[in-house]
Design a binder for this molecule. Structure first.
Ligand code: BT5
Length: 321
């Protein structure tokens, strides 16, 4: 899009003004066309100053999850090389799934300002208030067996928790397998879905929903956001999403390189459930024990009262004490 090209050019030369003539030569369009596209950008919320004889200059950028903003100086190898950005979609996981079925490349991201049918696990709902959080899904095509897919959820949760800590210093922790918590309230959830045959994964969709500038009254009980925990200060959603992409890119490359041991080690450092007594609910069964470990396949190891260890592959963890 021409608007994106103009924007990138202006941002690259942000220290000064860029004349309409320079833009029209660079992009091979008339000065009137440049002016028209600048007007479109202004309508989208960009504050662009224009001075006769000097030219144009970007003064401020709206915090919108568009491809051009998310990709600005983003140096990733796999994640977010292509971004599909929507104002609204039913569920980014569904949109990504449809793209993947039609051959979309690994690493592509589908992101939306809001979702009308955001999903959690087992048919639960995911609250996705408009332009407050980030709701996105990433297509991966890992060369692993379907049984090993849980580790993808683990490094995704780690990428989010790490991003929150790096950007805000908030005490973000992971609750096995897919929740990121701050002060024991859920700030992010991850939904991993896949398309697979018995011995081969065709693709995996990682869906990430993170509450950023969301007030608590827009969220279910027990949920929080960066804004709520960070003294009511808004932060750039674009920056949060970009930093998650960078961390995901790093951990996915480690994962592909066979460094799962290192990933699990870090995951455990970010976990707040290890060493505590937990109840794990899965469908109609509930079991209790001490959470003592997470193994290299991402399974939770419980020490049962009988003294035996039990490997748990899925479920909801409730920390008892
Ligand atoms: C999850 O499920 O935590 C996975 C959520 C994944 C959401 C993303 S958004 C982008 C992508 N597209 C989708 O359609 N989904 C993914 P689960 O562990 O089952 O937790 C669901 C529960 O979390 C709900 O039953 C609520 O109690 C709670 N919840 C719902 N919305 C929330 C929110 N915005 N923040 C915190 N908790 C929420």
């Amino acid at each position: 899009m021409l608007e994106d090209k103009i924007l990138n050019y202006l941002k690259k030369h942000e220290e000064g003004y860029v004349s309409g003539e320079e833009l029209s030569c660079e992009l091979g369009v008339s000065r009137t066309a440049v002016w028209k596209h600048i007007e479109n950008l202004r309508e989208e919320g960009y504050d662009i100053e224009a001075f006769p004889h000097l030219g144009y200059k970007v003064i401020s950028i709206p915090d919108r999850l568009t491809e051009v903003e998310l990709k600005w100086q983003l140096k990733t190898d796999i994640i977010a090389r292509k971004i599909y950005s929507y104002k609204e979609t039913a569920s980014t996981n569904d949109t990504a799934y449809n793209l993947a079925i039609h051959g979309e490349k690994e690493g592509s991201v589908v992101i939306a300002e809001s979702q009308t049918a955001g999903r959690g696990r087992m048919g639960r709902k995911w609250a996705s208030p408009k332009s407050k959080g980030a709701y996105f899904s990433i297509i991966l095509r890992p060369d692993i067996l379907p049984k090993d897919v849980s580790s993808i959820t683990l490094f995704s949760a780690l990428s989010v928790a790490k991003t929150i800590r790096e950007m805000t210093c908030l005490p973000a922790f992971i609750k096995w397998p897919n929740d990121v918590l701050v002060n024991n309230q859920k700030i992010c959830g991850i939904l991993t879905e896949m398309n697979a045959e018995t011995d081969k994964i065709n693709f995996v969709i990682i869906g990430i929903g993170i509450n950023i500038n969301t007030r608590k009254d827009l969220l279910p009980k027990g949920a929080t956001s960066i804004l709520e925990e960070h003294g009511g200060a808004e932060i750039s959603r674009v920056d949060v999403a970009r930093n998650i992409f960078k961390n995901l890119d790093k951990y996915y490359k480690l994962f592909k390189g066979g460094f799962i041991g290192e990933i699990i080690k870090e995951y455990k450092e970010f976990s707040n459930f290890l060493g505590t007594r937990v109840q794990v609910a899965h469908h109609d069964t509930k079991i209790e024990g001490y959470a003592i470990d997470v193994d290299k396949d991402g399974a939770l190891i419980l020490r049962m009262d009988s003294g035996l260890n039990k490997r748990v592959l899925a479920g909801d963890v409730l920390m008892l004490r």
